[in-house]
Design a protein. Structure first.
Length: 392
């Protein structure tokens, strides 16, 4: 049976995502298995709708099963995000992964990934020199790769600055790191750029633009149908998260944390915890805290991730090599996918009794926070219901 994996957020699922799933089907794959971020995403903030509804929406729009990409991976930098997804794909024995890229030149993606994975002496020296200039690691990595590949690919610097291309390279590098050869299926991204904040008629949107619209104007079904499948618009939890409350709680958590505790988080280092704590005590808006803390080496995105790590208790003691991933939804006709699941996966929360996992502890904590922010009573983390979705 031909199975293809997708690492995703679907935050929210829009017409561009539906296009990706349809293109995978066109290539003859009988099953599509998604590994989707849960209630918190890589932007280090709550998802725009809860993970169970987003998973069910994905099934209705073409996926066969959706497993959770654990929050330890989902809220990390691109390399850890990719490693987590590839680690789970490998554990399930899936040999194919499909993802969108901005570049029309797939060979550039392959060559860049190989260069970064091989880490030749020339590469290491150039990277060390760039880091010594005080710039961030992602920027240094991109500039080093550009220096070496620019003669072969004159547009290399521009292409390597595009988010989907960066993530694609991270997937290929993670495949090398995990030691699992996975066949990449690269599909040219259509429509708006990843970070585009405008919504243009007749064009696939960016998830960023859709989130901005929903957070500002709510769920205008007639307007959103131009950009999103009705299954996505119909999610009851869409747009219910109180982001202002999230930011206030985050600042409060920072104020109640010591610099020594912050220093144990993955994105801390070089005394940044001192500056972050000082600014958390000074400012009442999260953007002000982060803007005052960031530097050439410590980007806005990294500081924001660090803040969330403090809030969820994600520290360097956690073992990223032993994940557990929960089934969020599955198509009724695809139940064969969950027969004899590897130990990295579970279907019901009761199965965790036999899995001593810090991943599940953090997940429980993240879900508890998310449902508080969305005004939802209880915590569905403890639900014993298996979400089996019937599709037409």
């Amino acid at each position: 049976m031909k199975i293809c994996a997708v690492i995703c957020e679907f935050n929210p699922l829009h017409n561009g995502h539906k296009y990706l799933l349809d293109k995978i089907r066109e290539q003859g794959f009988e099953r599509i298995v998604c590994f989707m971020s849960g209630n918190f995403v890589q932007r280090a903030e709550p998802a725009c709708a809860d993970k169970y509804e987003r998973a069910e929406c994905a099934i209705k729009c073409g996926a066969d099963a959706v497993f959770e990409l654990p929050v330890l991976y989902a809220t990390a930098n691109a390399q850890v995000f990719a490693y987590g997804g590839i680690r789970l794909i490998s554990a399930m024995g899936i040999d194919n992964i499909a993802f969108g890229i901005e570049s029309a030149d797939t060979q550039l993606i392959i060559d860049a990934a190989k260069l970064q994975s091989d880490e030749s002496e020339e590469f290491r020296l150039k990277l060390k020199d760039k880091l010594a200039q005080g710039i961030s690691y992602p920027a240094a990595l991109s500039l080093t790769t550009t220096d070496i590949l620019n003669e072969k690919y004159p547009n290399c610097q521009e292409e390597l600055s595009k988010p989907n291309n960066v993530l694609a390279i991270s997937y290929l590098r993670a495949s090398h790191l995990v030691g699992k050869k996975i066949n990449p299926i690269m599909i040219k991204r259509q429509g708006a750029d990843y970070n585009d904040t405008t919504l243009e008629s007749g064009k696939f949107p960016s998830a960023t633009a859709l989130r901005n619209y929903i957070n500002k104007d709510g769920k205008n079904t007639d307007f959103l149908r131009t950009y999103m499948p009705i299954e996505s618009i119909s999610m009851n939890s869409l747009g219910k998260v109180d982001y202002k409350l999230f930011e206030k709680l985050l600042i409060h958590t920072l104020r109640c944390t010591t610099k020594e505790q912050i220093a144990t988080m993955p994105d801390a280092g070089e005394g940044i915890e001192i500056k972050l704590l000082k600014n958390a005590l000074q400012y009442t808006e999260l953007t002000d805290v982060i803007e005052a803390t960031k530097s050439k080496r410590y980007t806005y995105a990294r500081i924001k991730r660090l803040c969330l790590q403090v809030m969820l208790g994600i520290n360097n003691d956690l073992d990223l090599s032993k994940p557990v991933s929960r089934l969020l939804a599955i198509k009724k006709d695809s139940l064969d996918l969950i027969k004899n699941l590897p130990s990295e996966f579970y279907v019901k929360v009761s199965e965790l009794e036999n899995k001593e996992s810090e991943f599940a502890t953090i997940e429980q904590r993240a879900d508890s926070l998310y449902y508080l922010l969305s005004g939802t009573d209880g915590n569905p983390f403890y639900s014993t219901k298996l979400n089996i979705v019937e599709t037409q």
